[in-house]
Design a protein around this ligand. Structure first.
Ligand code: G4P
Length: 531
């Protein structure tokens, strides 16, 4: 029997981030394959059609052919218990993805070698940096024509502001892809187009110091180029420093091809060696240690109607300390109640498994009778601390919402408030008026469709949305020091307040933000707000 400490120490919890189509799903499948969680890559998720089968909890997913939900995958590999937080690939659902990153201890960033850093990666990366979590980069699709390797690394450093340290180095790409040079072992691992969906083939290793063998294996031209690049690289790239990796300042980089199973297992092994077990997390009473402290967790995601037949609502908890078991009495701090969590389950893709125990690092889903909010803390009954809130990310699209049938006011308010509580949308009101005008803010425009669909289908309320021109939102950090009535902005600025009464400003463009700040010395504006 392993102890609680051993169980926690073998946990690794990470999120995979990428721009849609970079290969996140393919890479995840290969990880699962190595862990023996699936027998054939593609059986959990895979081709566009198969992907529907696992997570189409909403018609919208089917209509648009995208994955809205994120799921959690747990598997064992080499003695580790790994939790992968899969994130929705579609850029319109980025707010959910942002929050998923709050539950992870590190992130794997997948980059398409022919595209480099793309918009979605940039956004998600900002959140990783904000949390200072370690980031591991997998540059994928080397079996296709790729951008110049030095340029790719340069782009990551410049665009994302993080130093890179390649663990291996590609030899050619596309049809000319011959494998990678392993910098630690100082040898070339020859590329073999292993059968898709099988385990990585046995790699042929050629010592780079044996120049004759190297030239014979990859040819003179490729060998000359490689030797020159290794020399350049050794002189120019950041030295490997585990401390810097763990502080989120340096990203180890591996090159490979998820589809053809090249370099994936090696990447996983490096990753596991460099990452840490769940780390202590900050709460209002100080730092909570995963091993020393008893059970505690926070809610990072709420999802309604995952299963249409049940019309249920599931709250996803990230366990931060101790051991959880199904009979445990816990305290929901924000609700001020002691309770047993109902139907604790592990959610893997579409399947749910009722679980009896879980440890710090694990993600569990529990039935939510409508009491939880994003960021809530759950801990032992005699404790009362709260974890640091999950920041609310700035919506970038705004619309005024009106219900078509004014008689359905009650359902409308209930529906919109519940959906806002889940964090799918943010709602605001005009600064000096009541509830009659509701302004909805979303991170991706598709969420407007989700809102409309859900209000109609779940609350039987038809709504009309009128798009507003605002693109920027700023919370007023020093609201107690600022006289809001006298605040003078630009003519296109709008004063609103959020659900908790906090004042904020909507702007059409970045110029107006600067102007407003200039006109109101001492005004402190912020793009994020901690709940
Ligand atoms: P995502 O989750 O990041 O959105 O990407 P996903 O894994 O679904 O991969 C997107 C497409 O890229 C898929 O092709 C996939 O097969 C392909 N792909 C992933 N990794 C590699 C790689 O290393 N090399 C090459 N050449 N292709 C790769 P698709 O045609 O859109 O789908 P499918 O029909 O192949 O599933």
């Amino acid at each position: 029997m392993s102890t609680i400490t051993e169980e926690i120490n073998r946990r690794r919890t990470f999120a995979i981030i990428s721009h849609p189509d970079a290969g996140k799903t393919t890479l995840t499948e290969k990880f699962l394959l190595y862990g023996g969680a699936i027998n054939l890559a593609g059986s959990v998720k895979g081709k566009a059609t198969a992907r529907h089968a696992v997570s189409d909890w909403m018609e919208i997913e089917k209509e648009r052919g995208i994955s809205v939900t994120s799921s959690v995958l747990q598997f064992e590999y080499g003695g580790y218990c790994i939790n992968i937080l899969d994130t929705p690939g579609h850029q319109d659902f980025s707010e959910d993805t942002y929050r998923t990153l709050m539950a992870a201890d590190s992130a794997v960033m997948v980059i398409d070698a022919s595209k480099g850093v793309e918009a979605q990666t940039r956004k998600l990366f900002k959140v990783c940096v904000m949390r200072r979590i370690p980031i591991f980069t997998f540059i994928n699709k080397m079996d296709r024509d790729a951008n110049d390797t030095f340029e790719l690394l340069d782009e990551i450093e410049k665009e994302l502001g993080i130093a890179t340290c390649p663990l291996n180095w590609p030899i050619g790409s596309g049809k000319e892809f011959q494998g990678v040079y392993d910098r630690e072992k100082k040898c070339v691992i020859a590329y073999s187009d292993t059968q898709k969906g099988t385990r990585e083939g046995t790699a042929t290793e050629i010592l780079a110091t044996d120049e004759g063998a190297l030239r014979q294996a990859i040819g003179d031209a490729a060998a000359d180029k490689l030797l020159e690049e290794i020399e350049l690289l050794d002189g120019a790239s950041a030295a490997f420093d585990l401390e810097q990796v763990r502080a989120g300042n340096l990203t180890p980089v591996c090159f490979g091809s998820a589809l053809t199973n090249f370099g994936v297992e090696i990447f996983l092994q490096h990753f596991l060696k460099m990452t840490t077990p769940p780390l202590p997390r900050r709460a209002d009473v100080g730092v909570i240690d995963p091993v020393e402290n008893e059970f505690s967790a926070f809610v990072f995601k709420i999802q309604a109607n995952m299963n249409k037949a049940h019309r249920d609502r599931v709250a996803f908890l990230r366990i931060c300390s101790g051991r959880f078991d199904a009979n445990l009495e816990v305290r929901h701090v924000q609700g001020g109640k002691t309770m047993r969590l109902s139907q604790p389950q592990q959610i893997m893709a579409d399947e749910r498994k009722i679980l009896s125990e879980a440890y710090a690092g694990d993600i569990i889903g529990v039935f939510d009778p409508g009491i939880f909010s994003i960021g809530d803390t759950i801990c032992m009954p005699r404790e009362k601390f709260q974890y640091e809130g999950i920041p609310t990310f700035a919506p970038e699209h705004f619309a005024r919402v009106r219900q078509v049938d004014t008689m359905k006011r009650k359902q409308f308010v209930k529906g919109i408030e519940q959906i806002a509580q889940e964090g799918a949308i943010q709602i605001f009101q005009e600064f000096n008026t009541g509830l009659e005008e509701i302004i909805v803010g979303v991170v991706g425009v598709l969420q407007f469709d989700v809102l409309k669909y859900r209000l109609e289908n779940e609350y039987n309320v038809e709504i009309r949305l009128e798009n507003l021109p605002y693109e920027h939102i700023r919370w007023i950090e020093n609201k107690d020091e600022v006289d809001l009535d006298r605040l003078t902005g630009t003519s296109d600025m709008k004063k609103v307040r959020d659900r908790k009464g906090n004042p904020l400003l909507l702007f059409v463009n970045a110029w107006s933000i600067g102007m407003t700040q200039e006109r109101n010395p001492g005004l402190v504006l912020s793009e994020f707000r901690r709940n």
